[in-house]
Design a binder for this molecule. Structure first.
Ligand SMILES: [Zn+2]
Length: 116
């Protein structure tokens, strides 16, 4: 995984930053560590969630009004997780009849109706 190399570089960057800033306070160093761990935390969640797919509807699935779902492409959505707000790529559909929006269920993020 290419990301792991980047994460290691980010972690090493904290040590480099400390070397380059002699006399740094505990608070400042804490801030550096926190920021990097936070980034890695979010990126790791995004990568893990992306492995679970983008969601999709079955041919026979219909909107509450009876209309068929029409695929509108993929959307990036923000999802709140315990590890922070992450962006996930999701299939997005609208109802051909009433125009309602729908992100089909995905094992990792669930479904959200009428939102975009
Ligand atoms: Zn509908």
């Amino acid at each position: 995984m290419e990301e792991i190399k980047q994460w290691v570089e980010k972690l090493e960057g904290v040590v480099e930053w400390s070397k380059a800033h002699p006399g740094s306070t505990l608070r400042e160093l804490e801030g550096q560590v926190h920021e990097v761990i936070e980034q890695i935390r979010v990126e790791l969640m995004e990568d893990a969630v992306a492995q679970q797919g983008v969601g999709g509807v079955m041919e026979e699935e219909r909107c509450e009004c009876g209309g068929r779902w029409v695929f509108q492409g993929y959307r990036k959505r923000w999802v709140t997780t315990r590890e922070g707000a992450i962006r996930v790529r999701r299939a997005y559909y609208t109802c051909e009849h009433c125009g309602a929006g729908f992100f089909p269920p995905g094992s990792a993020v669930g479904d959200e109706r009428g939102m975009e």
